[in-house]
Write a protein that binds this ligand. Structure first.
Ligand SMILES: NC(=O)c1ccc[n+]([C@@H]2O[C@H](COP(=O)([O-])OP(=O)(O)OC[C@H]3O[C@@H](n4cnc5c(N)ncnc54)[C@H](O)[C@@H]3O)[C@@H](O)[C@H]2O)c1
Length: 447
């Protein structure tokens, strides 16, 4: 292990290698976050090793075969053609890196508590195969305390879970990813939050990210950087819960939430519009507030508002199915005898990501209540639900006529909603998709 002087001398050399682009950067986790990051690092001039335990992803990276729907095919072609990019499953290659960036998933377990097993596995691989003097940065979204209390002990071989790690460099930082899937903005133009576990780690991590991002925003502690990312997504979750709750209550009073939001948004200050929907989905909005709420509850200071928001957002798919059941009943049909089409399976428009999508809640609740189900999504050819594997049906009038009702879950731009407007089936529109396209009719219900 290098002493304090050795650490500063080697970190100066590391900063120089970042500046002159002779450093090699390894990324662990070549997913939604790791792939664009590899692209940005290679473009900035760094030799980049992309490590993933999923052999099929590495095989796809080698030939430039896209496996993340909304990511530009050119990103994969660029990486496959770049001599400076090495995709691999070999954790041993971590030994060749000057910096290692961890971009592995941070999901919830069955109790909906944080599951850091993949972060711990990545840190264990670094402890086994890394070398002293490397910079290690965690980019995965997680609760405050993870970098210092979970990652550093694994890296230094002092893990409380008995993980047998080799002593490692204490240059460790946290830098949350702020990618917006499907968004048009180049993510390297968005300010990059960075903090190290000490000043030296911050300085070295800032030096790396300054070579790639237009703006680097350093904060005083890793816990601040971890909490900032959770604040960003909890802010969204709470505001979405507010409009979802208002939609349910004002709908009951006969007031249209969409018109209310438009009216409020005419004020140019002090208001930011959020829109209701069928619930929340994706790797962030349903998950990140649960990480924050768990940590605060464990710390003895529970977050009442955040926990309520999680519950409200989670209740929306049931509300939508309840509304559908009532509307069908009013038309003289029981939900148990109905055939219902869910339109859009991904959690947001124009992407194929179905993680935590409210479409699952809708389809599974409908099936549990006895309805026959189907779905259409141009980006999602098949969907694995608790009711079995479903296949997207064609969006044409002969197919639509087989259904009694449709629920608009996700309004992809490529869906031709005029086909739906021409049908006479009951339409539960959770996205205001029909009105936004100028379609109206007695069979359209906003829910
Ligand atoms: N998807 C987003 O838009 C987004 C945005 C901001 C932040 N994040 C956060 O970034 C992190 C990564 O998310 P993602 O969406 O890129 O996940 P992902 O599932 O798309 O990709 C993660 C990859 O990591 C690999 N992996 C897991 N453990 C590994 C290990 N020990 N060694 C090697 N490879 C391993 C998996 O095989 C997978 O390919 C999460 O914490 C997420 O919350 C995601």
């Amino acid at each position: 292990m290098t002493g304090a002087h050795g650490k500063y001398a080697s970190s100066r050399a590391l900063v120089n290698r970042f500046h002159d682009k002779t450093a090699t950067i390894a990324i662990i986790g070549m997913g939604y976050v790791g792939v664009p990051l590899a692209h940005a690092l290679v473009k900035a001039g760094f030799h980049t090793i992309g490590i993933d335990s999923d052999e099929s992803r590495i095989a796809d990276l080698e030939v430039g075969q896209p496996y993340i729907g909304h990511l530009d095919e050119l990103t994969f072609k660029y990486l496959a053609a770049a001599r400076a990019f090495e995709p691999t499953t070999r954790a041993e290659d971590l030994a060749r890196a000057d910096a290692i960036i961890v971009c592995v998933p941070t999901p919830l377990n069955e109790q909906r508590f944080p599951d850091l097993s993949q972060v711990v596995a990545a840190a264990t691989a670094i402890a086994r195969h890394g070398k002293p003097g490397q910079l290690v940065v965690l980019e995965s979204t997680t609760y405050p305390g993870t970098t210092r209390e979970v990652v550093v002990p694994v890296l230094t071989g002092h893990s409380s879970d008995g993980t047998d790690g080799a002593p490692q460099s204490p240059l460790v930082a946290y830098s949350p990813e702020r990618i917006n899937p499907g968004g048009a903005k180049d993510f390297t133009t968005v300010a990059k939050l960075v903090s190290g576990i000490d000043d030296e780690s911050t300085r070295v991590a800032v030096a790396l990210y300054e070579e790639v991002f237009a703006e680097v925003h350093a904060v005083s502690t890793v816990e601040t950087a971890e909490a900032a990312k959770l604040l960003e997504n909890t802010f969204r979750a709470v505001n979405i819960a507010l409009v979802n709750e208002l939609k349910m209550s004002l709908g009951h009073l006969g007031i249209d939430i969409w018109e209310v939001i438009d009216a409020a948004a005419s004020k140019p200050f002090g208001f930011m519009p959020f829109y209701p929907g069928p619930g929340v989905g994706g790797h962030c909005i349903p998950v990140d507030p649960a990480y924050l709420a768990w940590k605060c509850r464990m710390g003895g200071a529970p977050l009442a508002l955040t926990e309520t928001a999680i519950r409200v957002n989670g209740s929306v798919p049931t509300y939508v199915v309840d509304r559908l059941a009532t509307e069908l009943e009013n038309a003289g049909q029981a939900l148990t005898d109905a055939r219902v089409l869910v339109i859009g399976a991904s959690y947001k428009p124009n992407i194929s990501d179905v993680r935590e999508s409210p479409a699952f809640g809708l389809l599974e609740d409908l099936a549990r209540r006895g309805a026959a189900i189907g779905y259409h999504d141009p980006y999602v050819p098949s969907l694995e639900t608790t009711e079995g594997i479903l296949h997207s049906i064609a969006f044409e009038s002969e197919q639509l006529d087989r259904f009694d009702a449709a629920i608009i879950c996700t309004d992809h731009q490529t869906i031709d909603f005029s086909v739906l407007a021409e049908s006479s089936i009951l339409i539960m529109d959770t996205r205001h998709a029909m009105a936004a396209r100028g379609h109206s009719g007695g069979n359209i219900v906003t829910a």
